[in-house]
Every structure is written in structure tokens, then in C-alpha cells.
Design a protein around this ligand. Structure first.
Ligand code: ATP
Ligand code: MG
Length: 674
């Protein structure tokens, strides 16, 4: 099986594959190493990735991006309504509890949930990868997620991956992926007692993430994280868009923002200008035929750009301070600051981050591909296919999680809640909770600080009903242990529950050493052979397993996921049929032109006048059909039949011609052989 890591970016995604000599970031069908994160619905089929970017200009209403920002959210989510809507032209709707889009596909109005949209796109990335690997199946994968993703968003990612036929070995935080890529290649990492502390800043298309990570030989530990969820390249583009739209109202008397097409054109121009401003003090803006036949032009100074984005720039220190505070480190304990993400090229951001730490920044990781490389390495670590250098990843969860329950009537002084995972708790990790119960009970998990998670995400994570609890042999409370686990994906589960019993056992126990004897000498021989004696001790012993019935806010029921998988399968084969049909149509057209021209040329000596006339007539008839309404939009088999019928007439002619061409060659081959 293959070893694959995918950085699912909001603007574009990058795919890494592990090979014997290392990790390669692969190119897609148009030789780009980044594939636009877009899905588009056409008159016959879907267009995904590059094809969606091409289709977008003429099909705004049915093209959608922001895939990762929508999954696991509701239609009413204020961040969806206030933020995401600004970047989406398709009609957002409620799709059975999750936000989705209403689009036209093959002439029919259809609704797809955000999870389905992400799955469609992942299928495309899967196919791109499979093609690169010579048609090999692609299943095991590590996918990147923003570090600020909640349980519901992570579950939606896992659902999307399953619908796409992928098997995510791990969801890995963007910054942790970059940190892994950084650490695993370093041969000079210090010992654990004196670790190297590195800050990773990832400023991408839609968010800005910071992680403070300590490195020592063979391991990394995430010490602190923070993020600004709505801070990235798209916000800079939008500030520019608004600026120029305003300018053009006066200059050209046009309202760009009133037209989606013009808005799209101007936004593309703004992004180009922004990139030029990263390397130049002044940049031109030229947008041909912006609207009403106007070729718009303008220019902007870097200082003016910085003025436009100053409200954003003022927020730059916030995540830096928060992550540093959480890590417990001071600025002077930071070894270096690694910058990644496309927007880390913006000079104003670099200057401010550098000023915050009082240090120059490092750009040793590949800014665009570090996350994909890190995910691929993580996949290699988890997969048996490659032998990778031992490297442990101690990741951390950003949010605290508490568990609540109803007080048992007969257990006095019992608390009714407990913060089980604090912010910065390691991922993965398991915690065991103890309850005294005579009957079944429920646990509920919530984010303990709802103001820290994205605004519209339900802080209620799930409910877990512990079943099969009975009083113990004495009719008293059973001791119930419940295992809560934050797994490799950063997702919460209550994995198992069981009762335990106190039993008395005879056991050899060390006899407490005489303290007076201990501090008089450090005799090692005495310490190596401690005195023991047999005593009765009370021990907890696992007695019976209990069952847990779980219900989550995030993710979809298995039946819904499998239904969506089926829908995806149908859409996929429809797309394939549309492509194959187009391909056969083109083949028929090509055949007609090719054969007709050859009749006057290469076939000349090999056809009788009668044959030629018959073949020409057939070719012309097919051409006429091809350009008729019927031929314009026929089935695949109709094109194939016509190709075959022409081939019946043309075949013997082609055979004669080919034989003639090959005869001298065969003769000379024979001569050489003798
Ligand atoms: P996210 O991490 O937010 O999900 P992403 O991973 O797709 O998104 P990146 O590929 O890291 O994002 O960055 C894309 C952004 O970087 C775009 O907004 C793009 O305009 C911006 N960008 C790329 N090159 C430059 C440059 N030279 N100067 C300024 N911005 C740039
Ligand atoms: Mg990114």
C-alpha cells in the first residue's frame, strides 16, 4: 500500500507520497504541485480541482470553495453567515443539520452537504495520487487540519475521508506536521534535558496558526498553540478588493461588487498585485474587460496596502502571545521562528513577527509544501511500508473538555463535573474516571470554555450512556471505571467501561527501609536487594465489562455515511461516463478528418474508385450526424457504434496500405537475417 500525506488547504491542496529515497510532493494533471480546493457542478458532470478553477469563471453559482471551513458546521453558524459567505458565490443551505450548497448538476437542482463536498474533492486528490503511483490504490493517508478544529469538525473530516474511500491513519494539525518535517531531518537535536524550542507560524489563505514546539533527540513536544481563525491571504485580497471597488466607483462609474463576474476578476487582479507587493514597493493593477467593456487599471504602494490591512496587522501579536504564554517559555528561550504558508511572504507580517521576538525569522521549511511533507512523514511513521527514523510526536489539544453527569441520589458529596482534558493536554491520551453506581448512568462531554471554540460550533460534544451497571455482591455501589480517550485524530471517545472489585491478595511487598539507616550510608548492595515480606493487600480487579452507547454532535451516523458513499459512487461513475463519452465523440470527429485526408493521400494507391466513393460517403454522413442535434449530445455507445461502422469500411484499406509500407522493411530485415 502507498504512503500519502495531504495538506488540505483552503486555497489549494498539496499531496506528498513517500518513496524509498524520500518524500515527493506530486504534480497534478496540469503539472501543478498545488491543486485548487474547489468543486464545481456543470451541465453534465462535476469538475474538481483544476477543472473547477477553470469552470468557475463561467459558473460561479455552482462552484464552491472554503470546503474545509464549512465541514462540521451548521447553516445558521454565525461564522458561516458573517465570514464564509463573503467568499462563496454558491447558495448555502441547510443540508440535514450541516451547512451545504444548492447547485445545478446535469440540469437538476441538488443539495450536497459540506462533508460530501469535501469528500468529492478528496476523491479527486485520491485519483491524482493514484495516477502518480501508476494506478496503485490509495487508502492510508494522513490529512492535515487546522489546529483549532473542534471534535465536530474533525469527525466531519473523518466522514469525508471515508466517503472518499480513504483511510486516515491520523488527522494531523498543520503546525505539528510542519514541526515533524523540521525535526525528523535534524541530526543535531539536543538531549531532552535541554530541548530546542521553535515557534512555527503558518499564515495561509484563511487562517493564522502558531505553535511553540520543543525538540530533543527523537521527539517533538507541542508546548503551546494559538490561532486567529480568520486571518489569511483571502482577507488581504478582500481588503484590496474593497479598496479598488471603491476607487472604480469614482474613476469608471462602475459598481464592481454588484457583479459576481467582475468581483471575481478584480479579486484575481488584487491577489496578483498583493504578490507583486511582497517583492516590490509598488505594483500595478490591470484588469481587462472588468465590466461594461472597461479595462481597469490602477496601482498601489506597499505602504498603502499595509494601511488597508492595518486592522489585521494589529492582531498579529495576539496568537504569538497566547501560544508563548501557554508554553510557559519566555522569548529568549526561543531558538528560532519558522515561517510557512503562502502569506508568510507578506513583508509587513514578517517585520512584525520578527519584531515581536526580537530576532530574524527562519525560512528553512518549504513555505508551500511543509505541511504536506510533514503529513507524509507522519503516514510513513504509522505505516509498516517504510522504515523511518524513530520520532515521537507529542501533540496537544487546544481546548479543555469537561464531563458532566447527574448526581447519584445515594452518593453524598459527589461532584457533577470534571475537567478531564485541560488545554494543552497531550494527543493521544487516555483518562480513567471512577464512579460509584448501582445502576446505568449517562456522561456528557462539553468544551469547558465555549468562548474559545469557533462561535457557531456546539460546545456539547456528545453523550455516553453506560449500560449494564448493577449493585455489587453486597447490594452496594459498584465501582465503575470509564476510559475517556482523545485519539490520534484529536477526537474524543469513551472507549470502554468496566466494574472493578476490591479483593484481598497475598503479595510480597517491600519492607519499608529504616530511614535512619538510609541517610547514614548509600550502600548500593543493600538497595539492590530490598527486604520483602508477604502481606495481605487490597487490590482493584477488573470484574465485568459494561457497554457504552455514544451519541455525538459531530459526524454522521454510519448509515448516513454509507448512503453518501453510494451517492458519491454514482456521481463518480456519471462523471467518468461523461468524460468517456466526450472522448469517444472526439475520437469519431478525429477519425472522420484523418481518414478523409488520407483517402486523397496515403490511401490513394490502395483504393478503387468505388471503394473511395463508398468510404467518403460514409465519412460525410457521419460528419453530418456528428454536427446534428442528435450527434452533438449522444450516448457513448452511439459514438462507439459509428466509429466501428466506419472502421469496417476503412479497415481493409488501412490493412493494404500498412502491409505495403511494411513489406520493404520486412524484406530488409530478412536480408539482414540471412
Ligand atoms: P489555509 O492554510 O488557510 O487552509 P492554504 O494552505 O491553501 O490555506 P497557502 O497555500 O499556505 O494556503 O497560502 C495561500 C495564500 O498565500 C493565498 O492567499 C495567496 O494569495 C498567498 N500568497 C502566495 N504567495 C504570496 C506572495 N508572494 N505574497 C503574498 N501572498 C502570497
Ligand atoms: Mg495551509
Amino acid at each position: 500500500s502507498s504512503v500519502v500525506g495531504i495538506d488540505v488547504g483552503n486555497a489549494s491542496s498539496k499531496i506528498g507520497v513517500a518513496r524509498a529515497r524520500g518524500v515527493d510532493v506530486i504534480a497534478n494533471e496540469v503539472s501543478n504541485r498545488a491543486t485548487p480546493s474547489l468543486v464545481s457542478f456543470g451541465q453534465k458532470a462535476r469538475a474538481l480541482g483544476e477543472a473547477a478553477a477553470t469552470a468557475q469563471t463561467s459558473n460561479f453559482k455552482n462552484t464552491i470553495g472554503s470546503l474545509k471551513r464549512l465541514v462540521g458546521r451548521t447553516f445558521q453558524d454565525p461564522e458561516v453567515q458573517k465570514v464564509e459567505k463573503n467568499f462563496i458565490n454558491a447558495e448555502l443551505v441547510d443540508a440535514k443539520g450541516e451547512v451545504g450548497v444548492k447547485v445545478r448538476l446535469a440540469g437538476e437542482e441538488q443539495t450536497f452537504s459540506a462533508t460530501q463536498l469535501l469528500a468529492m474533492y478528496l476523491v479527486k486528490l485520491r485519483d491524482t495520487t493514484s495516477k502518480e503511483l501508476g494506478g496503485a490504490g490509495v487508502s492510508d493517508v494522513v490529512l492535515s487540519t487546522p489546529l483549532w478544529f473542534t471534535d465536530a469538525q474533525r469527525r466531519a473530516y473523518l466522514d469525508a475521508a471515508e466517503i472518499a474511500g480513504l483511510n486516515p491513519l491520523r488527522l494531523l494539525n498543520d503546525t505539528t506536521a510542519t514541526a515533524l518535517g523540521y525535526g525528523i531531518t535534524k541530526t543535531d537535536l539536543p538531549e531532552a534535558d535541554n530541548p530546542r524550542n521553535v515557534v512555527f507560524c503558518d499564515i495561509g489563505h484563511s487562517s493564522y496558526q502558531v505553535a511553540v514546539v520543543s525538540f530533543s533527540k527523537g521527539q517533538l513536544t507541542v508546548l503551546g498553540t494559538a490561532a486567529d481563525r480568520n486571518f489569511g491571504g483571502r482577507d488581504f485580497d478582500r481588503a484590496l478588493l474593497q479598496h479598488f471597488a471603491e476607487e472604480f466607483k469614482g474613476k469608471y462609474k462602475i459598481d464592481v461588487l454588484s457583479s459576481p463576474k467582475a468581483t471575481f476578476r478584480l479579486a484575481a487582479g488584487c491577489e496578483r498585485l498583493k504578490k507583486v507587493l511582497s517583492a516590490n514597493a509598488l505594483a500595478p493593477l490591470n484588469v481587462e474587460n472588468l465590466m461594461e467593456d472597461i479595462d481597469a487599471s490602477s496601482q498601489l504602494k506597499r505602504e498603502e496596502f499595509e494601511q488597508l490591512i492595518s486592522p489585521l496587522l494589529e492582531r498579529i501579536n495576539v496568537p504569538l502571545e497566547a501560544a508563548l504564554a501557554q508554553s510557559g517559555l519566555s522569548k529568549d528561550q526561543i531558538h528560532s521562528i519558522e515561517m510557512v504558508g503562502g502569506s508568510s511572504r507578506v513583508p509587513a507580517l514578517k517585520e512584525r513577527i520578527s519584531a515581536f521576538f526580537g530576532k530574524p525569522l527562519s525560512f528553512t521549511s518549504n513555505q508551500d509544501e511543509a505541511v504536506a511533507r510533514g503529513c507524509t512523514l507522519a503516514c510513513a511513521v504509522l505505516s509498516p511500508v517504510f522504515k523511518v527514523r524513530e520520532f515521537s510526536i507529542h501533540d496537544a489539544t487546544p481546548y479543555s473538555i469537561k464531563v458532566t453527569w447527574d448526581k447519584a441520589a445515594d452518593v453524598p458529596d459527589e461532584d457533577t463535573e470534571l475537567v478531564v482534558f485541560q488545554p494543552n493536554n497531550p494527543i493521544p491520551s487516555t483518562k480513567i474516571l471512577t464512579f460509584y453506581r448501582k445502576e446505568n448512568f449517562d456522561l456528557e462531554a462539553h468544551y469547558a470554555a465555549p468562548d474559545q471554540i469557533p462561535e457557531g460550533i456546539n460546545p456539547w460534544i456528545g453523550k455516553f450512556s453506560i449500560k449494564g451497571v448493577t449493585p455489587n455482591a453486597e447490594g452496594d455501589h459498584s465501582i465503575v471505571k470509564v476510559k475517556a480517550r482523545l485519539n490520534l485524530h484529536g477526537v474524543l471517545n469513551f472507549e470502554s467501561a468496566y466494574t472493578v472489585e476490591e479483593v484481598e491478595k497475598e503479595e510480597e511487598v517491600p519492607v519499608a527501609a529504616d530511614p535512619a539507616a538510609m541517610d547514614t550510608d548509600g550502600d548500593k548492595d543493600a538497595a539492590a536487594a530490598p527486604k520483602t515480606e508477604v502481606r495481605k493487600v487490597k487490590k482493584l480487579q477488573r470484574k465485568a465489562d459494561l457497554s457504552i452507547v455514544s451519541g455525538f454532535t459531530g459526524g454522521k451516523d454510519a448509515s448516513v455515511v454509507s448512503e453518501m458513499k453510494e451517492v458519491e459512487g454514482q456521481l463518480y461513475s456519471n462523471d467518468k461516463l461523461v468524460i468517456d463519452t466526450e472522448d469517444r465523440k472526439n475520437a469519431l470527429e478525429e477519425m472522420i478528418y484523418d481518414q478523409r485526408s488520407k483517402l486523397d493521400d496515403r490511401y490513394k494507391l490502395f483504393v478503387t474508385a468505388e471503394e473511395k466513393e463508398k468510404y467518403l460517403a460514409a465519412l460525410n454522413a457521419q460528419e453530418e450526424w456528428l454536427y446534428s442535434d442528435e450527434g452533438e449530445d449522444a450516448t457513448k455507445s452511439a459514438y462507439v457504434e459509428r466509429i466501428d461502422s466506419l472502421q469496417k469500411i476503412g479497415g481493409p484499406i488501412q490493412f493494404r496500405e500498412k502491409e505495403f509500407q511494411e513489406r520493404p522493411r520486412a524484406a530488409s530485415a530478412l536480408r539482414e537475417a540471412i
